[in-house]
Write a protein that binds this ligand. Structure first.
Ligand SMILES: C[C@H](O)CC(=O)C(=O)O
Ligand SMILES: [Mn+2]
Length: 344
């Protein structure tokens, strides 16, 4: 296996951001403090804290946060002795004002996230982050939905705005290892910035995908403890670290402490379960944005429609993040169609 030098691999723990989707954005300050403190103590490199849809995501459209994310960011910063706090920002949801606030509170890194074809909207926020002295990384979401050539073109745009790394973001958990490999390899060959990988486990291949990404030279790697993330969650951080140790990667994170915090600190926060069930499986199968799952389940209950039918339809429509309002439209249409068919 080709291995990047261990010191080059940086892990970003996303359970306090992607996991926000899984708890309908209801993290308390105490929960964030406890998770951040334990991750910091285990030696985690970066801890991402934001609303699930990034800074400014607390809205009716995306789901209101229980606690203002700036308070959560400040609390996480206070708890960390060595880990750096990261934030996510989707231009159009988060603003330059939000970025400035997060930076003032001590956030050191921002991932500016756009749909895989919309990198041009990231310019202002990447520039601003660099001006504020933050690390600024690009995050190309729904990377399964575009060709590798398109992804390279969009990554080059982010790089030209000042992004220090660009992520292949498998938002739908739809990519298979050979597809991850192809994308990461192409980015590595065409860009002289770091490449990252953010996976979702909807098809149960997030760890395999992450290993494929690392083999191709990805050095910015995401995970969430106990898979606490949207859909079936992300690459399970503590499992990934165990596998990496077996392969001889040592990134300086204490595996036993990660296992302990997974059971004792993150475990109690999990509502339901993060195992792959029919809803999350369909996300990966149909290529739908993982954070749509809870919205589709809610719409399914409202309109008495199987959430899988809603997700399959959304997949066919190639709906992207930010189009959450379409979920209700699709559910209403499916319900109407069914009633018409019943009267025939
Ligand atoms: C806003 C999304 O939840 C970002 C993300 O984690 C993904 O696309 O995956
Ligand atoms: Mn995600």
């Amino acid at each position: 296996m080709k291995q990047p030098a261990c010191k080059d691999i940086k892990i970003t723990e996303v359970s306090l951001r992607d996991g926000s989707h899984a708890v309908a954005h209801q993290f308390t300050e105490e929960q964030v403090r406890a998770v951040a403190r334990a991750l910091d103590d285990a030696g985690m490199h970066y801890i991402e804290v934001s609303h699930g849809d990034g800074l400014g995501g607390s809205t009716i459209q995306y789901g209101k946060s229980l606690v203002d994310e700036m308070r959560l960011i400040a609390a996480a910063v206070e708890e960390c002795r060595q880990a750096k706090i990261a934030v996510l920002l989707l231009p159009g949801i988060g603003t330059v004002h939000d970025l400035r606030e997060a930076s003032k509170l001590g956030a050191k890194l921002v991932r500016v996230a756009t749909h895989a074809t919309e990198a041009d909207v990231s310019a202002q926020h990447i520039h601003k982050a660099r001006e504020l002295g933050m690390e600024a990384l690009g995050f190309l979401m729904m990377a399964h939905s575009v060709s590798t050539e398109k992804l390279v073109e969009q990554a080059k745009l982010m790089k030209s705005y000042g992004a220090e790394a660009v992520y292949v973001t498998d938002s739908a958990g739809a990519l298979l290892p050979h597809e991850v490999r192809e994308r990461v390899k192409a980015l590595r060959e065409s860009l002289d910035v770091e490449v990252g990988f953010h996976g979702h486990n909807n098809l149960s291949v997030a760890v395999a995908n992450t290993l494929a990404a690392m083999e191709e030279g990805a050095t910015r790697i995401d995970g969430s403890v106990r898979c606490l993330g949207a859909g079936a969650g992300n690459t399970q951080t503590e499992v990934l670290l165990a596998v990496m140790n077996r392969l001889g990667y040592d990134v300086g994170i204490d595996l036993y402490k990660m296992m302990d915090l997974a059971e004792d600190v993150v475990g109690p926060l999990i509502r339901g379960s993060q195992e792959i069930k029919k809803g999350s499986l369909v996300l990966g199968y149909a290529g739908v944005y993982s954070s749509f799952l809870l919205h589709a389940e809610r719409a399914g209950r409202m309109y008495d429609v199987d959430p899988r039918d809603i997700l399959i339809e959304l997949g066919k429509m190639k709906v992207v993040g930010g189009q959450e309002d379409m979920i209700l439209d699709v559910a209403a249409d499916l319900s109407k169609k069914r009633k018409v068919e019943a009267t025939r």
